[in-house]
Design a protein around this ligand. Structure first.
Ligand SMILES: [Zn+2]
Length: 339
């Protein structure tokens, strides 16, 4: 069954209006208060309290497998569904996050960068006065699987995919997957776009590379209508106290960039010319994306909105959704897998 990134998916979970909160974390640990890049940090004490809130607040923390099955309608998404994701595979996860997750028996997904394992994060300047954080080694990553934490790909070298040529993107997608599969001895089918940077072409290439899901930095709750290779998340920031955390869990309304992406996708799917490859729908207006301190994607470590729009790669979420893309009908990895 073929599916297009432009098509609006339907599923029982979507019809029921159930939503999945995919929470996005980066580093968990003990940090001095900072003014910038706050969403790349989560205080260990706050993290413990947030997980306790999930445990005792009736939330259903799901495995990635369960979450994807719920989104595609293979099983109902439970109420208060949550998926925990951790970008970059920081070594601090082992000391500060994993014990808490284990205590509550919470599953999670860690997205690793295949060429950076065991090194220090050097793809961007650390926040002023801060050391370059250590990344998990290959052995530590293998250890995660033994305790039930899922591992996905975050590329080979943490580059903004939408800025790369299709060939470079394909290499990032296929080589990282192959390297992690070699390391873990099992299929790696899940992806997280570095910096949240992707274009329509990236999504097509991710499908070609065999990925079944991909996380973005588009902000909002995920539902069955989202394409599995363009899943939105909710960023948890250093500044989120328990009240702020609860607010993010409850608030499902999409941020403008996600809203615009969804509107643009629906618009394309309703245009027969788009399906046939003769695109004639005018591109949506540029979405003004406001960078906030609470947005992990508003800093140089993980900034999906900082790059120039690439006419060659279509509506790049690295920048603004607003350039008419090349049209492609994408295979639906979940449908293919299910059939
Ligand atoms: Zn990252």
């Amino acid at each position: 069954m073929a599916d297009s990134i432009f098509s609006t998916r339907t599923s029982p979970s979507n019809d029921a209006g159930t939503r999945l909160s995919i929470l996005m974390y980066h580093q968990v640990g003990c940090f001095k208060a900072m003014r910038a890049h706050r969403a790349n940090y989560c205080d260990a004490g706050r993290f413990a309290r947030q997980m306790a809130m999930l445990a005792y607040g009736g939330f259903n923390v799901m495995t990635l497998e369960q979450a994807l099955a719920g989104l595609r309608g293979a099983r109902p998404l439970p109420p208060r569904a949550v998926l925990l994701t951790f970008d970059d595979a920081y070594a601090g996860f082992l000391e500060h996050a994993l014990p808490v997750l284990s205590r509550h028996r919470f599953p999670a997904v860690v997205y690793a960068i295949s060429d950076w394992l065991g090194q220090r994060m050097r793809w961007a300047e650390p926040a002023p006065g801060r050391a370059e954080p250590a990344l998990m080694s290959a052995g530590q990553l293998r250890g995660l699987r033994e305790v039930g934490i899922s591992v996905g790909s975050h590329g080979v070298s943490h580059r903004k995919l939408a800025e790369l040529t299709p060939k470079e993107q394909a290499l990032e997608l296929t080589q990282s997957r192959a390297a992690l599969e070699d390391l873990l001895g099992e299929p790696v089918q899940d992806l997280c776009y570095p910096f949240g940077s992707f274009s329509q072409e990236t999504v097509r290439l991710a499908a070609d590379a065999g990925y079944r899901s991909a996380m973005t930095c588009l902000r909002g709750a995920a539902s069955g209508s989202d394409h599995p290779l363009v899943l939105p998340r909710k960023a948890i920031s250093f500044g989120d106290n328990l009240l702020g955390f609860a607010w993010k869990l409850a608030k499902h309304r999409p941020k403008p960039a996600l809203e615009e992406w969804r509107r643009w996708s629906r618009q394309r799917s309703s245009d027969p010319a788009a399906v046939s490859g003769r695109a004639s729908v005018s591109a949506p207006v540029d979405v003004p994306v406001s960078a906030s301190d609470n947005d992990p994607c508003s800093n140089p470590i993980c900034d999906p909105f900082s790059a120039p729009v690439s006419a060659a790669t279509g509506p790049s979420v690295t920048a603004k959704v607003g350039i008419e893309p090349k049209v492609a009908v994408l295979p639906d990895p979940l449908s293919v897998q299910a059939s």
